[in-house]
Design a protein around this ligand. Structure first.
Ligand SMILES: Cc1ncc(COP(=O)(O)O)c(C=O)c1O
Length: 424
């Protein structure tokens, strides 16, 4: 069944808003998505009905404790984790990653090596570079091909040495849209005894994540990119999470996930994150039935959430094909990412464009005047931008549709970009 776009859009209150009488076209989704009503409802209920700190002996506190437990259970299903003890909530991906650098640094010795891909968002680069600098570690780069915008995994064999201890992996690039073969990378790293840390922030809204199948050690994401509130979530192998050092208060029980969830957590954020997963589940059960039995061994809720994400991904690919075809018709526009339709399965719908005489911020401002929201610049993907030599050109214009956008919205954006370009 195809996605019923009218039904989907009706879930998102922000999609009905207008400015100066015209609709808003949200193509800034790689920077943050809109939220369905159920997310708002879950957050309001957490703040109104059950607003207390956790673990007290009274009604609202018991409810708050349950909100957190339910959110951990739901995220465990989202990740297909073995247990909810493997799910750690935190403020955002970047803060969780900085925390993990402190945890993991204790495992490495001066002269050890770490590998980062050239596709990392800085949230999965700078924290590890700082860790390396502070501990005398050597940083190596797994480059991507500047023509295909993909990583040749053959390169990994020449980078891995007996001193390699850790690898940061980008699941999907926030600039190029490329989806990396995380499973194949993890297989190689695991065989060499190397710990893996996957940044799934950009992939999470566009595909089903299965941490057991990927074979990674840690995977991190952010709910505000997958239709939830501003909230980070980290998955880690339970055995590692209990064995590694945790920087915790004396009074906190020394077991995962609590030993890493420092201070009072955003219970409304956890409630809203749970709401985002309920939304995906709804998409799965109402519009993704053909995917429900893809993995009969998965828990029921995992199958439903994943079915929703798969239905969204099919729609995403239709949108991105339309967008890229339209962009390629515009004179001089270069798409900085995979454009071969046969490889679209290896990209999310995030599309970055350049043209030598086009100033990205000027195009973004022009589109904003017409209610079309896109991002311009480096979007914190500075390693990608530098590797493409775009740092002095204002980066790229990033057009990021997601499953609630329409073909008509893409056409509006294309026509405006066409107008802008014709006047350069
Ligand atoms: C690929 C990727 N990684 C990490 C981040 C950082 O996430 P957060 O804002 O939750 O720290 C982002 C944010 O845009 C991102 O796109």
């Amino acid at each position: 069944m195809v996605l019923d776009i009218a039904k989907v859009r009706a879930q998102f209150p922000a999609l009905a808003l207008t400015d100066r009488g015209g609709p808003r076209v949200y193509l800034d989704n790689p920077a943050g998505t809109q939220v369905p009503q159920i997310v708002v409802d879950r957050m309001v209920s957490a703040l109104v009905d059950s607003n207390a700190n956790m673990n007290g002996n009274f009604r609202t506190s018991r409810e708050a404790t349950d909100i957190s437990r339910q959110a951990h259970l739901a995220m465990a299903d989202f990740f297909n984790a073995k247990s909810e003890n493997e799910v750690i909530f935190g403020p955002n991906m970047t803060s969780l990653t900085f925390m993990m650098t402190r945890v993991l640094a204790s495992q490495f010795s001066p002269g050890d090596e770490i590998i980062l891909t050239q596709m990392e968002h800085d949230g999965n680069a700078s924290p590890w570079r700082i860790m390396a600098e502070e501990n005398g570690l050597i940083v190596k780069r797994l480059e991507f091909d500047r023509n295909t915008y993909e990583i040749d995994l053959g390169l990994l064999d020449s980078l891995i040495t007996p001193r390699t201890k850790f690898a940061a992996i980008n699941y999907s690039s926030n600039i190029l849209g490329t989806i990396n073969d995380v499973k194949a990378m993890c297989t190689k790293y695991r065989a060499a005894g190397i710990l893996t840390y996957v940044d799934a922030v950009q992939f999470a809204p566009h595909g089903a994540i299965d941490v057991q199948d990927l074979g990674c050690d840690f995977l991190v994401t952010s709910a505000y990119k997958f239709y939830g509130p501003h909230q980070g979530v980290l998955w880690g192998r339970e055995e590692l999470l209990n064995r590694l050092p945790a920087y915790k208060l004396r009074v906190v029980k020394d077991v995962a996930p609590g030993r890493y969830e420092t201070g009072t957590q955003s219970l409304e954020g956890q409630a809203g994150t749970h709401g985002a997963l309920e939304y995906m589940q709804w998409v799965g059960t109402t519009m993704g039935q053909e995917h429900l039995n893809d993995n009969p061994n998965h828990r029921q809720r995992t199958r439903e959430i994943h079915a929703g994400l798969k239905a969204m991904a099919i729609y995403d690919r239709m949108l991105v094909a339309h967008l890229i075809t339209g962009l390629q018709r515009l004179p001089g526009i270069e798409v900085r990412g995979i454009t071969n339709p046969e490889r679209f399965i290896h990209r999310v719908p995030t599309v970055s464009i350049t043209r030598p005489d086009l100033v990205p911020s000027e195009l973004a401002k022009f589109l904003d005047e017409h209610g079309v929201y896109v991002w311009d610049g480096h979007s914190y993907g500075i390693d990608v931008i530098e590797w493409l030599g775009l740092q002095d050109r204002g980066g790229v214009v990033r057009i990021g549709p997601t499953h609630y956008n329409t073909v008509e919205e893409i056409d509006t954006a294309l026509s405006l970009i066409g107008d802008f370009v014709s006047r350069l």
